[in-house]
Write a protein that binds this ligand. Structure first.
Ligand SMILES: *Cc1c(COP(=O)(O)O)cnc(C)c1O
Length: 388
Protein backbone atom coordinates (compact mmCIF):
# COMPACT_ATOMS: atom_id res chain seq x y z
CA UNK A 1 0.00 0.00 0.00
CA UNK A 2 1.32 3.39 -0.98
CA UNK A 3 1.09 6.60 1.06
CA UNK A 4 -1.85 8.15 -0.80
CA UNK A 5 -3.86 5.02 -0.13
CA UNK A 6 -2.73 4.87 3.51
CA UNK A 7 -3.92 8.47 3.92
CA UNK A 8 -7.54 7.45 3.32
CA UNK A 9 -7.57 4.22 5.36
CA UNK A 10 -8.69 4.59 8.97
CA UNK A 11 -6.35 2.47 11.10
CA UNK A 12 -7.89 -0.16 13.35
CA UNK A 13 -7.55 0.95 16.96
CA UNK A 14 -8.33 -0.79 20.21
CA UNK A 15 -11.31 0.81 22.00
CA UNK A 16 -11.43 -1.95 24.60
CA UNK A 17 -11.95 -0.48 28.08
CA UNK A 18 -13.11 2.88 26.80
CA UNK A 19 -16.22 3.03 28.97
CA UNK A 20 -17.02 6.73 28.63
CA UNK A 21 -20.21 8.34 29.93
CA UNK A 22 -20.69 10.24 26.69
CA UNK A 23 -22.51 9.44 23.46
CA UNK A 24 -19.87 9.45 20.71
CA UNK A 25 -20.33 11.80 17.76
CA UNK A 26 -20.66 9.54 14.74
CA UNK A 27 -20.64 11.39 11.45
CA UNK A 28 -21.41 9.95 8.03
CA UNK A 29 -22.80 10.53 4.62
CA UNK A 30 -21.82 7.11 3.22
CA UNK A 31 -22.62 3.91 5.07
CA UNK A 32 -20.67 0.96 3.65
CA UNK A 33 -21.97 -2.58 3.18
CA UNK A 34 -20.10 -5.89 3.47
CA UNK A 35 -21.13 -7.02 -0.03
CA UNK A 36 -23.21 -6.15 -3.08
CA UNK A 37 -26.28 -8.20 -2.10
CA UNK A 38 -26.62 -6.49 1.29
CA UNK A 39 -26.23 -3.11 -0.45
CA UNK A 40 -29.04 -4.09 -2.86
CA UNK A 41 -31.24 -5.07 0.09
CA UNK A 42 -30.39 -2.02 2.22
CA UNK A 43 -34.00 -0.80 2.34
CA UNK A 44 -34.87 -3.90 4.38
CA UNK A 45 -32.97 -2.32 7.27
CA UNK A 46 -36.05 -0.16 7.87
CA UNK A 47 -36.44 3.21 9.53
CA UNK A 48 -34.14 2.41 12.45
CA UNK A 49 -31.33 0.80 10.44
CA UNK A 50 -28.37 2.57 8.88
CA UNK A 51 -28.29 3.02 5.11
CA UNK A 52 -27.33 6.64 4.46
CA UNK A 53 -26.12 9.49 6.67
CA UNK A 54 -29.22 11.57 5.94
CA UNK A 55 -31.36 8.91 7.63
CA UNK A 56 -29.38 8.93 10.84
CA UNK A 57 -26.26 7.69 12.61
CA UNK A 58 -25.99 6.13 16.09
CA UNK A 59 -25.66 9.68 17.56
CA UNK A 60 -28.95 10.70 15.92
CA UNK A 61 -30.58 7.50 17.18
CA UNK A 62 -29.40 8.19 20.73
CA UNK A 63 -31.11 11.59 20.75
CA UNK A 64 -34.25 10.18 19.12
CA UNK A 65 -34.40 7.42 21.72
CA UNK A 66 -33.87 9.77 24.65
CA UNK A 67 -36.59 12.19 23.51
CA UNK A 68 -38.93 9.24 22.72
CA UNK A 69 -38.42 7.96 26.27
CA UNK A 70 -39.30 11.34 27.79
CA UNK A 71 -42.31 11.78 25.48
CA UNK A 72 -43.61 8.25 26.07
CA UNK A 73 -43.46 7.72 22.29
CA UNK A 74 -42.77 4.77 19.99
CA UNK A 75 -40.14 6.89 18.29
CA UNK A 76 -39.03 10.35 17.22
CA UNK A 77 -38.17 12.07 13.96
CA UNK A 78 -35.61 14.88 14.17
CA UNK A 79 -35.73 17.96 11.93
CA UNK A 80 -33.25 20.82 11.30
CA UNK A 81 -35.41 23.32 13.25
CA UNK A 82 -38.57 23.54 15.31
CA UNK A 83 -40.30 25.22 12.39
CA UNK A 84 -39.29 22.27 10.17
CA UNK A 85 -40.86 19.90 12.73
CA UNK A 86 -44.14 21.79 12.39
CA UNK A 87 -44.10 22.05 8.60
CA UNK A 88 -42.95 18.43 8.10
CA UNK A 89 -45.76 17.17 10.33
CA UNK A 90 -48.32 19.16 8.36
CA UNK A 91 -46.89 18.09 4.99
CA UNK A 92 -46.87 14.45 6.11
CA UNK A 93 -50.50 14.44 7.22
CA UNK A 94 -52.30 16.80 4.82
CA UNK A 95 -53.09 16.63 1.12
CA UNK A 96 -54.97 18.91 -1.30
CA UNK A 97 -58.61 19.30 -0.27
CA UNK A 98 -57.90 18.75 3.43
CA UNK A 99 -58.83 21.18 6.18
CA UNK A 100 -56.70 22.10 9.18
CA UNK A 101 -57.52 23.78 12.52
CA UNK A 102 -54.88 26.04 14.11
CA UNK A 103 -55.11 28.11 17.33
CA UNK A 104 -55.10 31.88 16.90
CA UNK A 105 -52.09 32.09 19.26
CA UNK A 106 -49.88 29.78 17.17
CA UNK A 107 -46.13 30.43 16.67
CA UNK A 108 -46.37 33.11 13.93
CA UNK A 109 -44.24 31.40 11.21
CA UNK A 110 -46.76 28.50 11.33
CA UNK A 111 -49.51 30.93 10.34
CA UNK A 112 -47.34 32.11 7.44
CA UNK A 113 -46.79 28.48 6.34
CA UNK A 114 -50.51 27.64 6.50
CA UNK A 115 -51.72 30.84 4.81
CA UNK A 116 -49.06 30.82 2.11
CA UNK A 117 -47.64 27.39 1.40
CA UNK A 118 -50.48 25.08 2.49
CA UNK A 119 -53.15 27.31 0.94
CA UNK A 120 -51.28 27.11 -2.40
CA UNK A 121 -51.34 23.29 -2.10
CA UNK A 122 -55.11 23.37 -1.64
CA UNK A 123 -55.12 22.81 2.13
CA UNK A 124 -57.53 25.15 3.92
CA UNK A 125 -56.96 26.45 7.45
CA UNK A 126 -59.43 27.76 10.00
CA UNK A 127 -58.07 29.53 13.08
CA UNK A 128 -59.82 29.02 16.40
CA UNK A 129 -59.85 30.66 19.84
CA UNK A 130 -57.12 28.83 21.82
CA UNK A 131 -59.44 28.77 24.87
CA UNK A 132 -62.25 27.00 23.00
CA UNK A 133 -61.71 23.55 24.54
CA UNK A 134 -64.51 21.09 23.64
CA UNK A 135 -66.09 23.84 21.51
CA UNK A 136 -63.60 22.84 18.79
CA UNK A 137 -66.34 20.45 17.57
CA UNK A 138 -68.17 23.38 15.95
CA UNK A 139 -65.17 23.98 13.64
CA UNK A 140 -64.80 20.40 12.42
CA UNK A 141 -65.80 19.91 8.80
CA UNK A 142 -66.03 16.77 6.66
CA UNK A 143 -62.59 17.61 5.19
CA UNK A 144 -60.88 18.36 8.54
CA UNK A 145 -57.92 16.04 9.12
CA UNK A 146 -55.72 17.65 11.74
CA UNK A 147 -56.17 19.80 14.85
CA UNK A 148 -53.06 21.74 15.83
CA UNK A 149 -52.59 22.83 19.44
CA UNK A 150 -49.83 24.89 20.99
CA UNK A 151 -50.05 25.33 24.73
CA UNK A 152 -49.39 27.89 26.03
CA UNK A 153 -49.71 30.15 22.98
CA UNK A 154 -46.81 32.11 21.50
CA UNK A 155 -46.39 35.58 23.01
CA UNK A 156 -49.73 35.63 24.83
CA UNK A 157 -49.56 32.32 26.78
CA UNK A 158 -53.17 31.08 26.58
CA UNK A 159 -53.22 27.55 28.06
CA UNK A 160 -55.25 25.15 25.92
CA UNK A 161 -57.49 22.36 27.22
CA UNK A 162 -55.65 19.63 25.32
CA UNK A 163 -57.62 16.65 26.78
CA UNK A 164 -60.95 18.29 25.81
CA UNK A 165 -59.71 19.09 22.29
CA UNK A 166 -58.32 15.56 21.89
CA UNK A 167 -61.64 14.01 22.99
CA UNK A 168 -63.62 16.15 20.54
CA UNK A 169 -61.17 15.53 17.67
CA UNK A 170 -60.91 11.77 18.25
CA UNK A 171 -64.71 11.49 18.38
CA UNK A 172 -64.61 12.66 14.74
CA UNK A 173 -61.59 10.58 13.74
CA UNK A 174 -59.12 13.49 13.50
CA UNK A 175 -55.47 13.61 14.45
CA UNK A 176 -54.19 16.05 17.08
CA UNK A 177 -50.67 17.44 17.07
CA UNK A 178 -49.35 19.49 19.99
CA UNK A 179 -46.44 21.94 19.94
CA UNK A 180 -45.12 21.46 23.48
CA UNK A 181 -41.96 23.57 23.26
CA UNK A 182 -42.81 25.71 26.33
CA UNK A 183 -43.41 22.86 28.77
CA UNK A 184 -41.19 20.08 27.35
CA UNK A 185 -42.29 16.52 28.26
CA UNK A 186 -40.96 17.13 31.79
CA UNK A 187 -43.84 19.51 32.59
CA UNK A 188 -46.57 18.28 30.24
CA UNK A 189 -46.91 15.12 28.14
CA UNK A 190 -49.16 15.66 25.14
CA UNK A 191 -49.10 11.96 24.24
CA UNK A 192 -50.31 10.99 27.73
CA UNK A 193 -53.09 13.56 27.26
CA UNK A 194 -54.11 11.67 24.10
CA UNK A 195 -52.43 13.73 21.37
CA UNK A 196 -51.24 11.75 18.33
CA UNK A 197 -48.05 13.76 17.83
CA UNK A 198 -45.89 15.90 20.10
CA UNK A 199 -43.69 18.56 18.54
CA UNK A 200 -40.73 20.25 20.22
CA UNK A 201 -38.45 23.06 19.22
CA UNK A 202 -35.32 21.29 20.53
CA UNK A 203 -33.70 24.67 19.83
CA UNK A 204 -35.31 25.96 23.03
CA UNK A 205 -35.22 24.15 26.39
CA UNK A 206 -34.00 20.69 25.33
CA UNK A 207 -30.71 21.88 23.89
CA UNK A 208 -30.85 24.88 26.19
CA UNK A 209 -27.75 26.88 25.30
CA UNK A 210 -28.77 29.07 22.33
CA UNK A 211 -26.25 27.38 20.06
CA UNK A 212 -28.22 25.09 17.76
CA UNK A 213 -31.45 24.70 15.82
CA UNK A 214 -33.45 21.45 15.85
CA UNK A 215 -36.95 20.08 16.12
CA UNK A 216 -38.50 16.77 17.11
CA UNK A 217 -41.73 14.97 16.26
CA UNK A 218 -42.82 12.17 18.60
CA UNK A 219 -45.64 9.70 18.04
CA UNK A 220 -46.91 6.72 20.04
CA UNK A 221 -48.00 5.01 16.81
CA UNK A 222 -45.23 3.47 14.65
CA UNK A 223 -47.18 3.76 11.39
CA UNK A 224 -47.81 7.47 11.96
CA UNK A 225 -44.18 8.01 12.93
CA UNK A 226 -43.05 6.27 9.73
CA UNK A 227 -45.28 8.57 7.66
CA UNK A 228 -43.50 11.52 9.27
CA UNK A 229 -40.04 9.93 8.85
CA UNK A 230 -40.74 9.14 5.19
CA UNK A 231 -41.61 12.82 4.71
CA UNK A 232 -38.36 14.02 6.29
CA UNK A 233 -36.46 11.59 4.00
CA UNK A 234 -38.25 12.64 0.83
CA UNK A 235 -37.74 16.33 1.68
CA UNK A 236 -34.07 15.64 2.40
CA UNK A 237 -34.21 16.93 5.97
CA UNK A 238 -31.39 15.65 8.14
CA UNK A 239 -29.71 16.79 11.35
CA UNK A 240 -26.01 16.97 12.13
CA UNK A 241 -24.63 14.40 14.61
CA UNK A 242 -22.61 17.27 16.12
CA UNK A 243 -25.80 19.16 16.86
CA UNK A 244 -27.36 15.97 18.26
CA UNK A 245 -24.35 15.61 20.53
CA UNK A 246 -24.85 19.18 21.81
CA UNK A 247 -28.56 18.51 22.30
CA UNK A 248 -27.75 15.31 24.24
CA UNK A 249 -25.42 17.31 26.47
CA UNK A 250 -28.09 19.98 27.00
CA UNK A 251 -30.70 17.37 27.80
CA UNK A 252 -28.68 16.10 30.75
CA UNK A 253 -29.32 19.34 32.65
CA UNK A 254 -32.90 19.89 31.42
CA UNK A 255 -34.58 18.96 34.70
CA UNK A 256 -32.37 21.21 36.86
CA UNK A 257 -32.53 24.09 34.39
CA UNK A 258 -36.32 23.92 34.19
CA UNK A 259 -36.66 23.75 37.96
CA UNK A 260 -34.48 26.83 38.34
CA UNK A 261 -36.00 28.97 35.58
CA UNK A 262 -39.55 27.95 36.52
CA UNK A 263 -39.14 29.10 40.12
CA UNK A 264 -37.23 32.25 39.15
CA UNK A 265 -39.80 33.17 36.47
CA UNK A 266 -42.74 32.82 38.88
CA UNK A 267 -40.90 34.91 41.46
CA UNK A 268 -40.15 37.65 38.90
CA UNK A 269 -43.65 37.46 37.42
CA UNK A 270 -45.25 38.00 40.85
CA UNK A 271 -42.86 40.88 41.52
CA UNK A 272 -43.58 42.44 38.13
CA UNK A 273 -47.34 42.28 38.81
CA UNK A 274 -46.80 44.72 41.68
CA UNK A 275 -44.82 47.27 39.69
CA UNK A 276 -46.18 50.54 38.41
CA UNK A 277 -46.59 50.64 34.60
CA UNK A 278 -47.03 46.84 34.45
CA UNK A 279 -50.67 46.28 33.47
CA UNK A 280 -50.71 42.49 33.10
CA UNK A 281 -48.36 39.55 33.54
CA UNK A 282 -49.09 36.58 31.30
CA UNK A 283 -47.52 33.51 32.90
CA UNK A 284 -49.53 30.25 32.93
CA UNK A 285 -48.76 29.77 36.64
CA UNK A 286 -50.44 33.11 37.56
CA UNK A 287 -54.24 33.32 37.96
CA UNK A 288 -54.36 36.33 35.59
CA UNK A 289 -53.23 34.20 32.64
CA UNK A 290 -55.98 32.89 30.32
CA UNK A 291 -56.32 29.13 30.87
CA UNK A 292 -54.49 29.17 34.22
CA UNK A 293 -56.87 26.55 35.78
CA UNK A 294 -56.03 24.19 32.91
CA UNK A 295 -52.31 24.72 33.56
CA UNK A 296 -52.89 23.91 37.22
CA UNK A 297 -54.79 20.74 36.31
CA UNK A 298 -52.54 19.41 33.51
CA UNK A 299 -48.97 20.70 33.98
CA UNK A 300 -46.39 19.47 36.48
CA UNK A 301 -44.74 22.88 36.71
CA UNK A 302 -43.78 26.08 35.00
CA UNK A 303 -41.00 26.96 32.62
CA UNK A 304 -39.32 30.34 32.41
CA UNK A 305 -40.94 32.15 29.48
CA UNK A 306 -43.75 34.65 30.01
CA UNK A 307 -44.92 38.10 28.94
CA UNK A 308 -45.80 41.45 30.45
CA UNK A 309 -48.11 44.14 29.13
CA UNK A 310 -46.98 47.65 30.00
CA UNK A 311 -49.07 50.81 30.33
CA UNK A 312 -49.69 52.49 26.93
CA UNK A 313 -48.25 55.76 28.29
CA UNK A 314 -44.70 54.33 28.49
CA UNK A 315 -44.55 53.43 24.77
CA UNK A 316 -42.48 56.48 23.71
CA UNK A 317 -39.81 55.61 26.32
CA UNK A 318 -39.72 51.86 25.73
CA UNK A 319 -36.74 51.62 23.38
CA UNK A 320 -34.58 53.87 25.56
CA UNK A 321 -35.54 51.89 28.68
CA UNK A 322 -34.72 48.57 27.00
CA UNK A 323 -31.31 50.07 26.27
CA UNK A 324 -30.72 50.38 30.04
CA UNK A 325 -30.85 46.61 30.59
CA UNK A 326 -27.46 45.09 31.40
CA UNK A 327 -28.21 41.41 31.92
CA UNK A 328 -31.31 40.79 29.82
CA UNK A 329 -30.32 40.70 26.17
CA UNK A 330 -32.65 41.59 23.32
CA UNK A 331 -33.26 38.82 20.81
CA UNK A 332 -35.51 36.14 19.36
CA UNK A 333 -35.79 32.54 20.56
CA UNK A 334 -35.73 31.51 24.24
CA UNK A 335 -34.96 28.66 26.60
CA UNK A 336 -31.20 29.22 26.90
CA UNK A 337 -28.92 30.05 29.83
CA UNK A 338 -29.03 33.83 29.20
CA UNK A 339 -32.13 35.85 30.05
CA UNK A 340 -33.75 37.45 27.03
CA UNK A 341 -36.36 40.10 26.46
CA UNK A 342 -38.20 40.75 23.19
CA UNK A 343 -40.85 43.34 22.32
CA UNK A 344 -43.67 41.46 20.56
CA UNK A 345 -46.22 42.79 18.12
CA UNK A 346 -49.05 40.27 18.05
CA UNK A 347 -51.91 42.50 16.89
CA UNK A 348 -51.41 41.55 13.23
CA UNK A 349 -51.21 37.85 14.14
CA UNK A 350 -54.64 37.46 15.76
CA UNK A 351 -57.55 36.92 13.38
CA UNK A 352 -60.10 35.31 15.74
CA UNK A 353 -59.63 36.96 19.12
CA UNK A 354 -58.41 40.53 18.52
CA UNK A 355 -55.50 41.64 20.71
CA UNK A 356 -56.97 44.68 22.45
CA UNK A 357 -54.12 45.68 24.77
CA UNK A 358 -52.74 49.07 23.68
CA UNK A 359 -49.55 49.00 25.76
CA UNK A 360 -46.29 47.30 24.73
CA UNK A 361 -46.06 43.50 25.06
CA UNK A 362 -42.68 42.11 26.14
CA UNK A 363 -41.68 38.43 26.19
CA UNK A 364 -39.15 37.42 28.84
CA UNK A 365 -37.13 34.22 28.91
CA UNK A 366 -35.52 33.72 32.30
CA UNK A 367 -32.04 32.22 32.22
CA UNK A 368 -29.66 30.83 34.81
CA UNK A 369 -28.39 34.13 36.24
CA UNK A 370 -29.03 34.96 39.91
CA UNK A 371 -32.70 36.05 40.12
CA UNK A 372 -31.76 39.02 42.34
CA UNK A 373 -29.53 40.40 39.58
CA UNK A 374 -32.37 39.94 37.10
CA UNK A 375 -34.77 41.79 39.42
CA UNK A 376 -32.33 44.68 39.77
CA UNK A 377 -31.95 44.79 35.99
CA UNK A 378 -35.73 44.91 35.49
CA UNK A 379 -36.04 47.56 38.22
CA UNK A 380 -33.55 49.73 36.25
CA UNK A 381 -35.62 49.17 33.12
CA UNK A 382 -38.91 50.05 34.86
CA UNK A 383 -37.41 53.18 36.40
CA UNK A 384 -36.19 54.29 32.98
CA UNK A 385 -39.75 54.01 31.64
CA UNK A 386 -40.78 57.03 33.70
CA UNK A 387 -37.73 59.10 34.73
CA UNK A 388 -35.77 61.47 32.51
C1 LIG B 1 -39.29 28.71 18.48
C2 LIG B 1 -40.52 27.92 18.28
C3 LIG B 1 -40.67 27.08 17.18
C4 LIG B 1 -39.63 27.01 16.08
O1 LIG B 1 -38.39 26.57 16.50
P1 LIG B 1 -37.08 26.95 15.62
O2 LIG B 1 -36.12 25.91 15.98
O3 LIG B 1 -36.69 28.33 16.03
O4 LIG B 1 -37.51 26.88 14.18
C5 LIG B 1 -41.82 26.33 17.07
N1 LIG B 1 -42.78 26.40 18.01
C6 LIG B 1 -42.67 27.20 19.08
C7 LIG B 1 -43.77 27.22 20.09
C8 LIG B 1 -41.55 27.99 19.26
O5 LIG B 1 -41.45 28.80 20.31
Amino acid sequence: MRDATRCVQAPAIDADGFASLTVPVQRASTITFPDAPSFARRHERGHDGYTYGLYGTPTTRALEAQIAMLEGAAGVALTPSGQAAVTTTMLALLKPGDHLLIPDSVYPPVRAFADGFLAALGVRTTYYDPLIGAGITAFIEAATRLVWVESPGSGTFEVQDVPAIVAAAHARGLLVACDNSWATPLLFRPLAAGADLSILAVTKYLSGHSDLLMGSIAAPDKALLHRVKDTTRILGLGVSPDDCSLALRGLQTLAVRLRHVGAAAIDLALWLERQRDVERVLHPALPGCPGHPVWERDFKGASGVFAVVLAPAVTPRLDAALGRLDIFRIGASWGGTHSLIAPMDVSGQRTVVPWTERGPLLRLSIGLEDPEDLKADLARFLAALTSD
